[in-house]
Design a protein around this ligand. Structure first.
Ligand code: ADP
Length: 263
């Protein structure tokens, strides 16, 4: 399902932190919101989730204007940086939490929890508590919890930033796989990490100081950045190894190397 920001402005105490954002994520697309800390990325995500109310503009999911809907009525799955699992609940109950809150029948809950744990490779850990899991495993459970409600839209807020580098590249590959397995789910992926954005995203929206600076496919932004800021944020990715095949459009290390040589 598409996600559309229609001139969305958010302010805290009169300070505009998201300024007239116009952006559409197509059905089944991964859109990375890439930008430095404080640029308004999380705020944009929270506006879609319903945790912050725009002072003006609209948020649409598909054809539906959800600007005034509470979060639990939006059909959204969300994963944040620090997993935010309930420590006193077993993995399976953490994953079931959103379904129970929605009064889903028990047999359906069991089926969906099983499915979500399978998809994230965590089925063997269903009876464990979060403290008995590694950081990467906890983040998988958080992803399973988001998937269990079968969201049309998945919001990921720096989901890998609490993991060490080795785990991060493994999880990146897993997210790319999940994206392929869920071709209808639109994903908005907040990150300040160029490699994550280049690896996973079909398109990248570059944010700076509350505004959208550029939006395009990784190739477009890399080859023809709109301005120096975008170039500094996307164009220097060739300095780092790209090891995972990107989700949709192909932009591999080889291509980046060729471009760099020609530049
Ligand atoms: P990013 O995700 O790009 O790091 P955020 O969207 O979290 O940026 O924050 C954008 C700006 O809004 C920052 O200046 C931040 O301090 C401010 N901000 C975020 N949340 C709040 C809040 N609840 N109250 C006041 N200011 C906030």
């Amino acid at each position: 399902m598409s996600i559309r920001f229609d001139s969305v402005t958010v302010a805290y105490d009169g300070n505009v932190v998201l300024d007239s954002l116009d952006l559409t994520v197509a059905p089944g697309e991964v859109m990375a919101l890439l930008g430095p800390s404080g640029s308004g990325k999380t705020t944009a995500l929270r506006a879609v989730a319903g945790f912050v109310r725009p002072v003006s503009g609209r948020v649409l999911l598909g054809e539906r204007d959800v600007t005034d809907l509470p979060p639990h009525r939006r059909g959204i799955g969300m994963v944040v940086q620090q997993y935010a699992l309930f420590p006193h609940l077993r993995v399976e109950d953490n994953v079931a939490f959103g379904l129970k809150a929605r009064k889903t029948p028990r047999s359906e809950i069991r089926a969906r929890v099983g499915e979500a744990l399978e998809m994230t490779g965590m089925a063997a850990y269903a009876r464990r508590y979060p403290r008995e899991l590694s950081g990467g495993q906890q983040q998988r459970v958080a992803i399973a919890r988001a998937l269990a409600i079968r969201p049309a839209v998945l919001l990921l807020d720096e989901p890998l930033s609490a993991l060490d580098a080795r785990l991060r590249s493994g999880m990146l590959a897993e997210l790319a796989r999940l994206h392929r397995e869920l071709p209808d789910v639109s994903i908005l992926y907040v990150t300040h990490d160029q490699i994550e954005a280049l690896t996973l995203a079909d398109r990248i929206a570059v944010m700076d100081k509350a505004r959208l600076r550029a939006c395009g496919t990784p190739q477009e932004l890399y080859r023809a950045p709109a301005d120096a800021f975008t170039a500094s944020f996307v164009g220097n990715a060739n300095l780092l190894p790209v090891t995972v095949t990107p989700g949709g459009a192909a932009l591999g290390a080889a291509e980046l190397t060729v471009d760099t040589a020609g530049a």
